[in-house]
Design a protein around this ligand. Structure first.
Ligand code: ATP
Ligand code: MG
Length: 261
């Protein structure tokens, strides 16, 4: 695996498309202060998926995009492509790249509105695929194959807490710390929800007692109402029979009286 080419467009001080071809052996980039030497290594870290703007000497990711000079307007997009030669087949399969290539070009693009895109051999992919491609090769974002200017001094002279931060970043703990913070926040939120649910349960339990009493009363009412209806029917039937008998009796009497006359 070796670095073949780096093409930068709109990244930091590289407003124009700039392509650097690396030959086997040692390559040194020289130039006056502020000419953009460190920006080259920043571009390499960035295309490998660097997520920390601070690690790239900026406040936010948009600081990576060429932000203009006196005579040039700022750009809206930064794009960096890195071509690696002689890539192991295993690495290619892990990243889902068609085997048959042994040369891989990874590309990262970012827009001022925050949108970010990753590509492997011009095919859109996830950051995870790029990380997978370089995992265990010593080239990844968190490995120390890219030593930024000032990193060593920072390590040697900083306070223990700052040094710890560097180690944590190197060990990839920072990411987990952030995840832990997020999880704790969610846990706290869940705790609050639980308290609310417990309150609700207590309230509902109280209501259950009163509803059970009401349901008992309703059942008794229904039963008595049925009995009443039954008795009413029986009474009506009885009255009907009595009246019917009286009618018959009076009809007979009337008949007798008519016949007597
Ligand atoms: P030194 O020798 O001091 O380490 P260097 O060659 O490493 O210098 P860099 O730090 O790579 O220099 O480049 C710094 C230059 O990049 C500065 O001139 C700065 O203005 C420019 N620069 C950084 N970010 C941007 C940006 N977003 N847009 C335009 N120019 C930028
Ligand atoms: Mg520098």
């Amino acid at each position: 695996m070796y670095l073949k080419n780096l093409t930068v467009l709109g990244f930091k001080s590289f407003a124009d498309k700039t392509s650097l071809n690396f030959q086997p052996g040692v390559t040194a980039i020289v130039g006056p202060n502020g000419c953009g030497k460190s920006n080259v290594s920043d571009a390499i870290r960035w295309v490998l998926g660097e997520q920390s703007a601070k690690a790239l000497r900026g406040g936010e990711m948009a600081d990576c995009i060429f932000n203009g000079t006196d005579g040039r307007k700022p750009l809206g997009m930064a794009e960096v492509s890195l071509t690696i030669g002689d890539v192991e087949e295993d690495q290619l399969t892990a990243a889902g790249v068609e085997v048959g290539f042994n040369e891989v070009t990874v590309t990262r693009r970012v827009f001022r509105d925050g949108g970010s895109e990753y590509f492997i051999n011009k095919t859109a992919c996830r950051l995870k695929d790029i990380q997978q491609l370089f995992m265990g090769t010593g080239v990844g974002r968190t490995s120390y194959s890219v030593m930024a200017q000032g990193n060593i001094t920072q390590l040697l002279s900083s306070k223990p807490e700052d040094r710890r931060m560097v180690f944590e970043e190197a060990a990839g703990i920072t990411k987990f710390k952030a995840q832990k913070k997020e999880s704790l926040r969610k846990l706290e939120h869940t705790d609050q929800n639980l308290v609310r649910v417990e309150d609700l349960i207590r309230e509902v339990k109280r209501q259950i007692g009163s509803l059970q009493r009401q349901a008992g009363k309703a059942r008794r009412y229904k039963q008595i109402a049925q009995e009443l209806q039954h008795l009413d029917t029986q009474l009506a039937r009885h009255q009907f029979d009595v009246l019917q008998a009286e009618i018959t009796e009076r009809q007979n009497k009337a008949e007798e009286l008519r016949n007597g006359n």
